[in-house]
Every structure is written in C-alpha cells, then in structure tokens.
Design a protein around this ligand. Sequence first.
Ligand code: PRX
Length: 656
Amino acid sequence: MRGRLQQLLRRTKRNLAEFKELGGYSEIYKYSIEKNDEFWEKLARSRLLWEKDFTEVSDSSFKDGRISWFADGQLNVFDNCVTRHLADRGDQAALIYEKDEPGNEEIVTYAQLHSLVNRFANVLKSKGVKKGDRVAIYYPVSPLGVAAMLACAKIGAIHSVVFAGFSADALRQRIIDADCRVVICADGTYRGGRYINLKSVVDEAIENLDLVETVLVGTRNAEAKKLTTEKDVDLDLALAAAPENCLSEPMNAEDPLFLLYTSGSTGKPKGLVHSQAGYLLYAAVTTSAVFDCEPGDRFGCVADIGWITGHTYTVYGPLANGATSLLFESIPSYPDPGRYWATVDKHKLTQFYGAPTAYRSLLRHGDEFIEKYDRSSLKRIGSVGEPINTEAWEWLHHKVGSSKVPIADTWWQTETGGNMITPVPCDAGASFKPGSAQRPFYGIEPVLKNADGNTVQGNSVDGALCIAKPWPGIARTIHGDHERFRNVYLNVFDDVYTTGDGAHRDQDGEYTITGRMDDVINVSGHRLGTAEIEDCLTQLDFISEAAVIGIPEATKGEVPYAFVILKEGVEENSEHKLLANKHVAKVIAKFAVPKDTIIVSGLPKTRSGKIMRRILRKLASSEAKDFAQIAPELGDISTLAEPEVVEEIFLKKCQS
Ligand code: PRX
C-alpha cells in the first residue's frame, strides 16, 4: 500500500504548516511531546482568533485533578467558527443540509449562518438566557440544530445536546442534571422516509417540571402541530422577529463550552464538560491534520450532533477550518444502499467520516451501489466509534476509495474531545494496518498499564490504555461531580488519564484497541453502560436482580443481552420480556433494548457476590446446544457461590 498513498500523504505536512521545517510526522510528533507547551502555544496563536492574548500555556496536574490551557486568554468560539470567515468566504456554503428525502438539500452560506446565529442568540437572550446558563438541545442534525449550538457559544451559554433518539425519561434526567431552563427542539425529523415526532418526547420529558420555562420549537414538518403547551414558543417566528445585531461574549479560555452526557460503568450518565479554547483548538487541529481539511473543503461527517463526533467533526472542527460541513439527516440505506456515495458525488465531498456499523451494513450490498457514483473528490475516509473489522476496512479502502484514499480509523472518546490515535497524519510511505488505529496524534502520549499500575514497557505487549500528558481537548470535569471525574479518569493509576479501553502495542510500537475494560458496551457506535440497563430493569416491580452484558453482533458490533431474576412469589409469564423491553425503550432508548432477556433463578457469582460476566458472555454468545459442549470454555466454575446455576442458565437460554 506504500507507493500508492505517498502522494496523498505528502499533503499531511502542509496541514501543520507551522512545523513544516521540522520534517514529517515522526519529527513533529517528537517535538510535540518534548516541547509540548511550545507546540500547543504556536497552534493556539496561529489557529485561533483571540480577544485577549494568553500568557500562560498550560497548568495541569492529573494528580491534583486540574486541567487548564491558555487560562488568561479570552475568545469567542462562534466568532472563531463563523465571523472570522465572513471577509473571505461569506458567500461560501458553511452547511449543506442533506435532508432525508434525496434531492432537496439546502445550502447555508457563512453569511447566512452568521445572520441566523445572531438572531438565534437574541432570541435566547430575550428568554433570559445568560452567560453560564445551561440550555438543552433536542434537535436533529439540521442548520437550526447547529445554529442553536453556535448561538449558545456566542452568548456564553453552555449547550447540552441530547441525541434525539433518547427517550423522554433520559431527556428529563439530563435536563434536571444540567438545570436547564430552556429547551430547544424541532417538531420532529425524518429518517428513512418515516416521520419521528420529537416534540411529544419533549412534552413528556418536561411534564410537571417547573424548572423548564421555555421550549423553543423549530419546524421540520410544516403540517405538524408543534405548539402544545404554554411554555412553547414558535422558533421560526421568534427568529424572524429578532434583530440581526448581537455582540459576542468574550469567554475565558477555561469557561465551559458544552456538556455532553455519556455512559459509564455506573448507572448515572456523566455530563462531561468541555472547555472553550482548548476544545476548539483540538477540534480545529485534528480536523485539519487527520482529515487534511483545508478552507473550502466539503467535509462529510455523517454523525448526529447528539454525539461527540457530531460536535467536533460536524460542527466545530470543519467550521473552524473554513470548510463546508455536510449535515446528513438520513440513514445509509435510504432510499437505497448507495445513499452515502450519491451524497459524496453530488456535493463533491472531500472527506467522508462514518461508523463501522453503517459500513458493515452496506458492504453486503452489491458494488453497483458504489460504482455508479463518482468518489474521486475524496481525500480521506474516516471510521469512528468502534473497532473496524478487516472486511469493512478493505471494502472502504479498495471499493469506496478505489485503493487511493487513506482510511483514518480514529480512536477517541467523548472525554477526549477529538481524535487521539489514528493512522493519519503520518510519514510519507508509512504503512496502514486494517483494524488498527496505529499512531498517536501530535501531543498525545499513550502508555499501557498492567493490573498493578505499572507501566508496561516494550513492544508486543497489552495493557490498560492511558494517556500520559494533558492535551487541550480533554474534558475538564463531570458536571456537578468533580470527584467522580477524578476517580474515574485521573486516579485509577498515578498521574495519567485512564481511558477505560485496553490496547495492544504491536512489534512496530503501534496501537490496536482491544475493547473496553469496564462494563461499557458499544451498540452501533452508541455507548451504553450495562449498569444503566440493569438499573432500569430492576425498577420493574417483578424483577429483583439483573445482569446485562454485551455480545458480538455482525452489524451492530455489540448488542445488550439480559439475565434477570424475578421477585419472590412472581410467576414467570410471557409478558415479562415484553414489559422489560418496553421499559428499557422508555427509560433509555430503543437501541438499549436487550437482544434477549432470559429469566433465571440465580446468577453466576463469586463467593464475595461479584457477578462473573465473563461466564454470562460465553453462555449468551454460544451456539452450543449441549452443556457438555460449552463447559470446557467456561473455565473453572467450581469457585462460584452456586456453580449449578450456570447449567440452568444455559438450558433456559437454549429454550428461549
Ligand atoms: O471503546 C472505545 C470505542 O468507543 C469508546 C468511546 O465512545 P464514545 O465516547 O461514545 O465516543 C465515540 C466517538 C469518539 C472508546 O472508549 N471506540 C471509539 N473509536 C474507536 C473505538 N474502538 C476502537 N476503534 C476505534 N476507532
């Protein structure tokens, strides 16, 4: 693969023009680690527009739970993403809104986006939103969804986007946790030709919730009834009436820009807090260097704005680089499995960034869905959210990318703000390894730890993946719970950030992610804590205990699978499973519903009461029809408190 890619990869150097005199990736990487502050200082000055210059680069200590970058500087994120492009590219498209139904896209130029966000910011102000207030956004990918985020950034309000696929209960929990007085939503959205009502979810979420004073409702379907309560305000009318002029709030570099909830290994989702300057810098620099993104590029990240990928690579990264960002409302298979490539062709996209689960679902269809479209505009194809299997990687590279486009398998997390380990940028002629994220981004120093907390040295080794040095894009805290932030990420091992993932460092010193080491699973790239689903199941009055695990699934990567014990005196009946599924969909989301729920009388526990999930995983994913077949794979179960439950669980599973 070397020769073919050299030409394309040479471009990488241009993207960190600040350091081109140093050489290629290896030299710049070395410098970024050895002169870490100098490296980020230079980029902060060349890539961001400051209202007030900073004098201090970083003051961070993982040990003390303190992360701080450019602390005495001030800037405004909206001005960095939109206002500063007006002079050179006011008439250039900032957003291409590719709606669900093909053929009726909308273009929003930088000048139009500027005007829209200014008016939006004035609407927010008129509803009493001030700097530091939290605003909930339950909006599908759309210009108004993006404008809602940017309007918050403009006036210094902190947005909390909740993925518009989460249930009413999940939305309510997040509104309460972040103390949001204003909610912004659309009447609904379309996915694969189907209308999904979002306003009714918001109505249910805020029922009897005095905290919420205003719901700003935008239009997606003009026929839909969008104003249903006295708190509702017609967003379109309010925007039309709002003045165009609005001053941007100068923000301290370390002020929060947004909260984004994600799942962890305990039941309660964590509202991760990202900063203004550090986050924006990291978003801008990774977008530029990993994706070779230049001003005027047409960046196609198909992630929803409800996830970190949508925040960083649909909104902030591309706009900070003066690119045009694609907003993709639809699904990969609508109206047929060629939709992604039709979109690449139509808009001459220069980058395409999606998830392995979607790629896997598409590769089963014929090559004609790819070949009939021109994909020669693509410079990079990205993959994110879960490991990409070799088959999907080869398909992307050879079929979609005609063996010419480098695949950026980007490993990162909600907590990290942007790409952390990825094959690009790299030196010209570097090798690519399907399924391996390979090389750390500039300034990122991975370390592997063993169970004793010691750093694993050398190559061809495994360990818990940690990061040695703070970087500007790392989340600063968990909203309202800094102790939890420190305990989960900073105090697991001494003086490093702990990612929760395991990794293998191969013979070349490059990294392959081996999966989560905690009870977090990844369903179609959606991160879920199994404890969240367990908490939800045990809320039901007929369930006393639940154990949820993830098992491999061909398209979704993983799916949840549940084992539950009924309360004493409750007779098992056929309704139980249905009620359990309905409840999970209501409390969390449809994608969290277990593939199966097996009712058992006991769980495999150690004598100290810890559930042996490893055994449950084996039982759930086994094809065996006879216990004798699977028994050797289970290892020694004699140390369990009740070894006999294992066979019983197996038999129940076979019957279901
Ligand atoms: O386990 C890793 C997996 O997704 C987790 C982060 O999930 P989330 O915070 O929802 O962010 C997803 C988008 C950045 C990680 O801890 N993960 C993400 N990307 C990859 C991955 N696993 C393997 N390879 C990847 N490229």
